[in-house]
Design a protein around this ligand. Structure first.
Ligand code: BDR
Ligand code: CA
Length: 310
């Protein structure tokens, strides 16, 4: 089987790190376009470079837009991922350098060079992808698939705007642009993430059995893990890793629903919510396959291999 060819838009971030390790283990990475989100862009770019050093990869890293498209963000996620996004471990300056090319321009160039070949995996606020779409609305025609980690399809979000999930809530206007422009995409939402958490003891076994990648992940994960414990979140929650599993192997999905989804841009309490027309009342064509369940054993096997614990 030929390896999936991935373009990854990401804001590393602890679960982004696990997702990128999975991509390295199971796919070819054509490039990493970096967004602001979990923490500021200077940290997310540096973290992507640190990861490329760790795995000895040569995929180019493209810095993107440092702010959401329209409004300043209401919150970042440093309280989960650490002030530097990687658990404040204090890694040395990475050797890999970032490209001078802007992320949105790189998304356009790479998809022109390889039309129909690349799966775009969006693990961050959708600012870079939206900018690319505004520059060139024909982008979706050149992308093989789009997989988005984002949203909370029945309103159980994870931000201060109760129904909003972080990636969509950080830059709702960008998410709106992407949801309107792509005729079809896979949506891996926060609620699916919670249903696919790993057992803590089992996960610790993988960290203990793994190689340098597991040791690294164990370090960066510490801060997020204690936040999750304090928040009474159960199990090891790995949102971006779940989306990456779906990007690498769509056949891992065991239950999904085709629906139309849109993004709330206003709302006194609901800005950034993903609104799904479950009953098809508006008669819009379904723009998304909402992933509800994946084969957990296959997902686990993909993560184990990414940590060198297979
Ligand atoms: C998403 O938000 C970020 O904090 C994570 O990296 C993930 O992409 C989960 O809501
Ligand atoms: Ca992320």
């Amino acid at each position: 089987m030929t390896k999936p060819q991935l373009l990854i838009d990401t804001d590393p971030g602890v679960d982004d790190a696990l997702a990128i390790l999975m991509a390295h283990a199971h796919a070819d990475i054509a490039g990493l376009s970096i967004a602001a989100g979990n923490v500021g862009l200077e940290h997310t770019v540096r973290n992507a470079r640190t990861l490329m050093d760790l795995v000895g990869a040569t995929a180019p890293v493209f810095g993107g837009c440092p702010t959401p498209l329209v409004r300043a963000p209401e919150e970042d996620a440093a309280f989960v991922h650490g002030m530097d996004g990687f658990g404040d471990v204090g890694f040395p300056e990475p050797k890999v350098t970032a490209s001078d090319e802007q992320a949105a321009l790189a998304l356009l160039r790479l998809t022109h060079e390889r039309p129909g070949e690349l799966t775009l995996v969006a693990l961050a606020p959708l600012t870079n992808v939206a900018l690319a779409l505004r520059l060139d609305p024909s982008l979706p025609q050149r992308v093989k698939r789009l997989v988005v980690m984002g949203g909370a399809v029945t309103g159980h979000g994870n931000t201060g705007n109760i129904p909003a999930e972080f990636n969509i809530g950080f830059d709702p206007e960008a998410a709106h642009v992407v949801f309107e422009a792509f005729p079809h995409f896979d949506l891996v939402d926060w609620e699916a993430t919670l249903r696919h958490a790993f057992d803590e003891t089992e996960f610790d076994g993988w960290l203990a059995a793994g190689d340098h990648r597991a040791a690294f992940f164990g370090q960066v994960f510490r801060t997020a893990r204690s936040f999750n414990a304090r928040s009474k979140r159960r199990g090891i929650i790995a949102a971006d890793a779940l989306a990456m599993a779906v990007a690498i192997d769509p056949s891992i999905v065991t239950r999904s629903e085709e629906r139309h989804a849109a993004v709330e841009l206003d709302g006194r309490l609901t800005r950034g919510a993903t609104v799904v027309d479950w009953a098809g009342r508006l008669g819009h064509r379904a723009n998304t396959r909402i992933v509800l369940e994946v084969d957990q054993a296959r997902f686990a096997a993909m993560v184990r291999r990414a940590l060198g614990a297979a």
